[in-house]
Design a protein around this ligand. Structure first.
Ligand SMILES: Cc1cc2nc3c(=O)[nH]c(=O)nc-3n(C[C@H](O)[C@H](O)[C@H](O)COP(=O)(O)O)c2cc1C
Length: 236
């Protein structure tokens, strides 16, 4: 049985199994939070989100590790990745202090341990030790990667931006962008010259307390002629 709320409007009537069925939809205003649902659906809409499992060092050289699902890649030449922190958390202050971070790839195998590293431990207490994880030395940057991880990206800080709303007010969210300067891949996860995503089973964050792991892959070539703008311009 569906409940029709104030902000819902009949979207369309369609015929289904011989009966006319009314379908409803809603708009809600994030500022008013008038979705009428028990939990904010925003993160479930922007889903799945990859998890950047970020290792940093503080100014005293102590290891910090925390998962960030406001994480993604924004450029490939050069590779640029970033994560956003709701509040000025230790990962941000460490990157600000040292200019370096490592994005470890969270996988199904390390699911519970990844979750444990999100515990709000006192500053300076390593989440790695708390979750029973070991550090492994990075190649170029000082923060270590997580030992046993499939892939990790060593990054140097490009910028930290405090995000602003439409009124130009800061919103206590900090976007950290870094250039990837060294990439680690465990040979076990390369098959026929490609990263074996099915073997890694990368974790992704959904809404609420839900996660997904990549367990099914399908491929599709891009349509002919759908090259990027540079290629199109070069051909003209
Ligand atoms: C899967 C997962 C994803 C998370 N993503 C974010 C995020 O994108 N931004 C954020 O501020 N906190 C996020 N958190 C919460 C942080 O991991 C948590 O606040 C952590 O204690 C921060 O550690 P730090 O202070 O050492 O950086 C996430 C937690 C989990 C379990």
């Amino acid at each position: 049985m569906s409940v029709i709320k104030n902000n819902m409007r009949p979207e369309r009537a369609i015929e289904f199994c011989g009966a006319i069925t009314q379908y409803c939809a809603m708009f809600y205003d994030p500022a008013l939070k008038n979705h009428g649902l028990p939990y904010n659906p925003f993160k479930a809409i922007v889903a799945p989100r990859p998890i950047g499992w970020v290792s940093t060092l503080d100014a005293e050289g102590r290891v910090n590790l925390a998962p960030y699902s406001y994480f993604n890649a924004f450029s490939d030449e050069p590779p640029i990745v970033g994560f956003s922190s709701t509040g000025y958390k230790d990962s941000v202050s460490n990157v600000a202090a040292t200019g370096e971070f490592v994005c470890n790839m969270a996988s199904l195998e390390l699911f519970e341990k990844m979750s444990m590293t999100s515990a709000p431990l006192p500053h300076g207490v390593s989440e790695m030790g708390h979750a029973g994880l070991e550090p492994a030395p990075s190649r170029v940057v000082k923060p270590p990667r997580v030992a046993g991880i499939a892939t990790a990206m060593e990054c140097r800080l490009l910028s930290i931006t405090e995000l602003k709303n439409l009124e130009g007010e800061t919103v206590n969210s900090f976007l950290v962008l870094g250039q990837v300067i060294s990439v680690y891949i465990d040979d076990r996860f390369i098959k026929d010259g490609r990263l074996d995503t099915l073997a890694i089973k990368p974790l992704a964050r959904l809404g609420y307390q839900d996660y997904a792991a990549v367990e099914r892959i399908f491929s599709l070539a891009r349509p002919a002629g759908a090259g990027d703008i540079k290629k199109v311009a070069a051909a003209e």
